[in-house]
Structures are given as structure tokens and as C-alpha cells.
Design a protein around this ligand. Structure first.
Ligand code: URA
Length: 187
């Protein structure tokens, strides 16, 4: 696969592969370190992300930052992206055809990054990436191993906005993610 970060960025910026390109304000490419060992994948940009063109800058982003801080992680050492690069109007779930149209971008991001760990944030990402019948309530925090990386999922930060008691659960999942990262890095 011959592709560079800049090329992906340019393709996403001018993408018209699905109808979301007509309603989006700004496409939202992943952000973070090009050498991150940890890649977070959520479902799609929200309203604030659509305005700024940056992932997780709205209320879910504030929760995510709290979680990262509590676990001693900094955004700059991660790579955070979404299955869809454009905001679905009204924050509805991504449609299958949108996920199919956008998936090559995620593949390129993963190929270039070569993360050691991929964390799916929420059901939509987990069902697309881990398994179609993934049950976030029962299976969050469990690990799956693929050829080149370890894979897990936890609740999406927006689930914490709806139910504050989930914060501790997600924090525990993140503690385990940090442990796995240290283990895989030989620390
Ligand atoms: N929710 C997501 O799934 N992704 C973002 O980037 C922001 C909110």
C-alpha cells in the first residue's frame, strides 16, 4: 500500500464518496501522534467536531480528556479517529453504506500508524471492528488478538454523559489498557 499521511488527509478533505459530504461542515480526520502505540476509534464526529474539524472537541471530548488524565495518558501520545470522517446529521447512527464508503480511510490510518493496541469507543465501532454481534455491556474490557495488534472496547464517552456511574467502569477499562500497553512495550 503506497500512501502517505498527507495523501489521506487530502483525500478526506475533498471526499464525496457518500451523501454526508453534502451536509458536513468540515471532515474530521484522526489526530494525534503518527507513531502512537494506542489508537482510539469512535463512531463519527459530533456537532462541535463538525464545526472545528477535530475529533473529540465537544462534551464527549471533555469526558475523554478526564479519563485520559486519570490514567496518566495524554492525547499527544495517542491517535484518535472515527469510523466516519463526516458528521451524521442529528448525531444519528452511521448508515451501513456510509461505513463502507469511509472504511478505506480507517484502513490507511491503521496501516500507516501500526498501533499495538486498538480501543473501540462504543458499540458502533466495536461491532464494525471486533465482531458484528459485540455486546458492549457484556464484553467491554475483553481482549481480542489480531496478527499485529490487541483489540478491546469500552463505552463511548457519550454513554458517561447519559449515565455518570459508567465513568468508573470506563476508567477501569482504561487502566487495563495502560497495563496492556506497558506489557506490550516491555515496560
Ligand atoms: N463522538 C464521536 O464518536 N467522535 C467524535 O469525534 C466526537 C464525538
Amino acid at each position: 500500500m503506497q500512501v502517505t499521511w498527507n495523501e489521506i488527509k487530502q483525500h478526506i478533505a475533498s471526499c464525496t464518496q457518500c451523501p454526508l459530504s453534502r451536509t458536513r461542515q468540515k471532515p474530521v480526520m484522526g489526530r494525534g501522534s503518527d507513531h502512537a502505540e494506542l489508537m482510539l476509534i469512535a463512531e463519527a464526529p459530533g456537532g462541535e467536531e463538525d464545526v472545528q474539524g477535530i475529533p473529540f472537541v465537544g462534551r464527549s471530548g471533555e469526558i475523554l480528556d478526564d479519563l485520559l488524565r486519570d490514567c496518566g495518558l495524554r492525547r499527544e501520545e495517542l491517535y484518535i479517529t472515527n469510523i466516519l470522517k463526516c458528521h451524521p446529521p442529528g448525531n444519528r447512527d452511521p448508515k451501513e453504506e456510509e461505513k463502507i464508503a469511509c472504511f478505506p480511510y480507517l484502513k490507511y490510518e491503521t496501516f500507516l500508524l501500526k498501533p499495538k493496541i486498538i480501543v473501540c469507543l462504543g458499540r458502533v465501532a466495536a461491532q464494525r471492528i471486533i465482531s458484528q454481534d459485540f455486546k458492549i455491556t457484556r464484553q467491554h474490557g475483553t481482549w481480542t488478538y489480531r496478527k499485529n495488534y490487541a483489540l478491546t472496547a469500552t463505552y463511548h464517552p457519550s454513554a458517561i454523559l447519559r449515565d455518570r456511574s459508567k465513568y468508573e467502569t470506563v476508567k477501569q477499562d482504561f487502566y487495563e489498557i495502560v497495563k496492556k500497553k506497558d506489557e506490550l512495550s516491555g515496560n
